[in-house]
Design a protein around this ligand. Structure first.
Ligand code: ZN
Length: 435
């Protein structure tokens, strides 16, 4: 397959922009990428389009689209807010209800330019099945909440291992271990088993970390050290860690983790809507720590649009630092592409458009509203601060089209919406019956 395009933003080491450019794709891989158009009738003509690497949403919980907009007016980052809304809803949900919700999430991600997502929730098997059909690249963590129950520990470690086994041979889905939050709801004994499991399957931990000072308080009480230093001592840091939020990590602790595979994921909308600060991204970056970007669940953030998330991240970092140079539009696109790929251990495969990498590509319609002027400003600024994910017109993962001309090819969106509505109505019915 040959694609000619007006512009190709590569995000490679030289940050090349090819205007015009072409890509040759063979099977699932980029065989060639270069300047100029290929003069052959079989080439797909993407005149008036910009190609770039698909975006990486590094922290989501897809089934939670079930309760989008239903937890308004509370902070989901507080135990009270969480228990009185989300947790209560979840107690009436089950795998079958979740099953009806996942496609709506996947459709929104494809439509707005995400090609890789890192999910963490219960019902990993159901998420696996829908992701498999959608063609999206998924890093699916088997969510584990133990809360001191020995029975839960035995059951969850067994199921998690079965899940990791099942993901082994999949071309675009990778299984991870998803302790909901270390020390908070995963005991030390469980953590040791989780480390062994992650090492055995050469995978990582997708956790919520340092959202508030809870882990630090626990660490000081039990180990007389911060959460990060405790994790170092327990050997947890030897396993790649995707640390969602990672807000309350001090600069001293950043020094301690900078040589480990510890990757904070900034989820700005989710944090801000809960009235919390976000990850100190500038400090992390100053310490040489790779930061990824995520939307978190859309009950907290309400949107999967990673273009909007880049804009929110940029404004927030600049506002926090009081410095317009604290982060550039290029840095933000980097966070949402290579930054995410590196955090998920996929930097050899995705995150940039380069020869030998997997063909995970999106196209944006340059005739769409919001771009002008093209002269006098760069694409990164336009991508981050002017346009939205709805400008994305085409999406490809592993050499396979998931969307052409804004039409989803692998997910039936009307059906996905219908199913999600059915699930919400059923949830409300169950709750009312109980009252
Ligand atoms: Zn989360």
């Amino acid at each position: 397959m040959i694609i000619n395009a007006t512009h190709i933003l590569t995000m490679d080491k030289e940050a090349r922009i090819l205007s015009p450019g072409h890509i040759i794709i063979e099977n699932d891989e980029i065989k060639e990428i270069g300047k100029g158009k290929m003069d052959t009738p079989e080439a797909i003509d993407f005149s008036g389009k910009l190609l770039m690497p698909g975006l990486v949403n590094a922290h989501t919980h897809t089934p939670m689209i079930l309760t989008r907009g239903m937890c308004e007016g509370v902070s989901l980052f507080t135990m009270d807010g969480f228990l009185n809304t989300l947790r209560r809803y979840e107690s009436y949900g089950d795998a079958d209800l979740s099953d009806l919700t996942i496609d709506a999430s996947l459709a929104e991600m494809i439509r707005t330019g995400t090609t890789t997502f890192a999910d963490q929730y219960f019902y990993a098997d159901r998420i696996f099945n829908h992701t498999d059909k959608s063609g999206l690249r998924g890093v699916i963590a088997y969510g584990i909440v133990e809360l001191g129950s020995e029975e839960a520990r035995k059951r969850e470690t067994r199921f998690c291992e079965e899940f990791l086994e099942k993901c082994q041979q999949h071309p675009v889905i990778k299984g991870w271990v998803g302790p909901h939050a270390f020390f908070v709801d995963n005991s030390l004994e469980l953590i040791k088993q989780e480390i062994a499991m992650a090492k055995k399957y050469d995978t990582g931990f997708h956790i919520h970390f340092a959202t508030s000072n809870e882990e630090n308080d626990w660490g000081r009480e039990h180990y007389n050290s911060t959460a990060v230093k405790m994790m170092k001592e327990l050997g947890i840091l030897e396993v790649p860690i995707l640390a969602a939020h990672a807000i309350t990590v001090s600069e001293d602790d950043m020094e301690a983790v900078k040589d480990y595979p510890f990757y904070p994921v900034m989820c700005p909308s989710s944090s801000m809507r809960s009235g919390f600060p976000t990850a100190p991204v500038k400090a992390y970056r100053d310490h040489g720590i790779n930061v990824a970007l995520g939307t978190d669940n859309v009950c907290s953030s309400n949107s999967y649009d990673m273009f909007r998330e880049m804009a929110t991240a940029g404004k927030l970092i600049i506002h926090r630092e009081g410095d317009v140079k604290a982060i550039t539009p290029f840095d933000l696109v980097q966070m949402a592409t290579m930054g995410g790929a590196k955090a998920l251990g996929l930097e050899e495969k995705v995150g940039s458009l380069e020869k030998g990498k997997k063909a995970d590509i999106i196209a944006l319609d340059l005739d769409d509203i919001g771009w002008t002027p093209f002269a006098g400003q760069d694409f990164y600024t336009q991508l981050v601060y002017s346009i939205s994910g709805h400008t994305v017109s085409d999406s490809m993962v592993n050499g396979k089209w998931l969307m052409r001309d804004k039409k989803l090819l692998t997910v039936d969106y009307r059906k996905a919406v219908e199913d999600n509505e059915t699930a919400v109505k059923e949830l409300i019915k169950r709750m009312e019956k109980d009252e």
